[in-house]
Ligand binder design. Structure first.
Ligand SMILES: NC(=O)c1ccc[n+]([C@@H]2O[C@H](COP(=O)([O-])OP(=O)(O)OC[C@H]3O[C@@H](n4cnc5c(N)ncnc54)[C@H](O)[C@@H]3O)[C@@H](O)[C@H]2O)c1
Length: 388
């Protein structure tokens, strides 16, 4: 865009990004920071300044491919780099807290992947470090940035669904059972939990974001682990996390809610689904058809009522106008690009298109994750706000 192009090269307008992590999210975020100023008019231009990973050779190859200016031997060195203004944390969950807290103490802004942490204790320490710092924090709940999800929030805020009575959220993946070898994601010491922290974290955030309500109480939770041992080279390693976690909840406005996260829903690759039913209408979303939102408007005369399929690619839909003409579809990576743009907007005194989650906000989601685990293990109702 002209405004950002004219500022290209001016050091004062650059926002130095330090990426910690070079694999799945490393690629998604490097792409997002590069693309954001090409599609959005931003007052500061993100610059991929530095990258660190556990494997230095891989970090150097990553820097070359994604045109990152420098590599750091460790995440500690990256945090100390004066040209890094924002530290982007893209590591296994047990490292979120040490990296984010060190970065905040060094005065850097932090954007951290979800879940905020693998444990409530780590998450609380991150929330407290953010409160003690003047720097800004962000958490990559990227599905908030799907135009269809943004539209759900707008419909709820405008009162078009009426009072929400039901929220039904499920995130179904299929990781191929025991065929998938041991990864950090199956180790409770590194990940915290399995499908629960990985997928229910997104669902809890989506329900809180779209309804604007908190999760007041949790009950009826259950965890299941079917694949207890996985291949690790020539040996076997124990999987210490859940393959699936389900729970029920009541929202602060009185609605009932259900959550289901699983990595063993055969045939479902990335079925992140949300349905809201209100007194005036309902909506249905499925990420596998992310450009569409289904809407039932119950205020229409009975003979006209029916599910309508809205293609959320018009200039009027949140973020969509920055990309292509109507019905020229967008994909997974655009959620990250729109979020990178909103982060830069928030850092330059502009309003993001719709609210961004910070550490305080993501800590509330972490309290719900924790409450569900307590409910599953002690078989009782639990209030997430008891952990705040
Ligand atoms: N928002 C989403 O939809 C989404 C999707 C996938 C993953 N995630 C989250 O992103 C994070 C990373 O997941 P991933 O799938 O990219 O994992 P990954 O295994 O693909 O990559 C992890 C990266 O962390 C680096 N790393 C590990 N230990 C390190 C250390 N001590 N110092 C520096 N770097 C280190 C590794 O080198 C690797 O590059 C997790 O918190 C995960 O929950 C979010």
């Amino acid at each position: 865009m002209a405004a950002s192009k004219s500022k290209r090269g001016s050091k004062t307008t650059e926002l130095g990004i330090g990426l910690v992590g070079t694999k799945f999210m490393g690629r998604a975020h490097a792409n997002a920071w590069r693309q954001a100023p090409c599609f959005f008019d931003l007052k500061r231009r993100p610059r991929l300044q530095c990258v660190a990973g556990r494997d230095r050779v891989a970090a150097r190859a990553f820097a070359e491919r994604w045109e990152v200016a420098t590599t750091a031997p460790t995440w500690e060195a990256l945090v100390r780099d004066p040209k890094v203004h924002l530290v982007d944390v893209l590591t296994p969950n047990h490292l979120h807290a040490p990296i984010a807290i060190a970065a905040l103490q060094a005065g850097k802004h932090v954007a951290c992947e979800k879940p905020l942490a693998g444990s409530l204790g780590h998450a609380r320490a991150m929330r407290d470090a953010a409160r003690a710092s003047k720097a800004r924090t962000f958490v990559w709940f990227n599905y908030r940035r799907c135009p269809a999800i943004g539209l759900v929030r707008q419909l709820v805020t405008e009162g078009r669904l009426g009072t929400i009575r039901h929220a039904r959220a499920s995130y179904l993946q299929d990781w191929g059972g025991a065929a998938t070898p041991m990864l950090w994601r199956f180790d409770a010491a590194l990940a915290g939990s399995g499908a629960h922290g990985d997928l229910n974290a997104h669902l809890i955030d989506l329900v809180r974001f779209t309804t604007g309500e908190e999760i007041a109480e949790v009950c009826g939770a259950m965890e299941a682990t079917w694949v207890k041992s996985r291949r690790s080279g020539a040996r076997k390693a124990e999987s210490t996390v859940d393959d699936a976690t389900l729970f029920l909840a009541r929202l602060s406005g009185g609605a009932t809610a259900s959550f289901e996260a699983t990595r063993l829903a055969t045939g479902n690759k990335n079925a992140n689904r949300l349905e809201l039913n209100g007194t005036k209408g309902s909506v249905r979303f499925d990420f596998e058809r992310m450009n569409e939102l289904e809407w039932w408007d119950d205020t229409l005369p009975a003979r006209l009522r029916g599910w309508s399929r809205i293609m959320c690619t018009d200039a009027e839909h949140p973020w969509a106008g920055a990309y292509w003409p109507a019905a020229h579809l967008i994909g997974y990576e655009h959620g990250f690009t729109s979020m990178a743009a909103d982060i830069v907007r928030a850092l330059t005194g502009q309003k993001p298109v719709l609210p961004l989650p910070d550490f305080n906000d993501a800590f509330r989601t972490q309290c719900v994750l924790h409450a569900a685990l307590v409910s599953a293990r002690e078989k009782r109702w639990v209030r997430p706000d008891a952990y705040e």
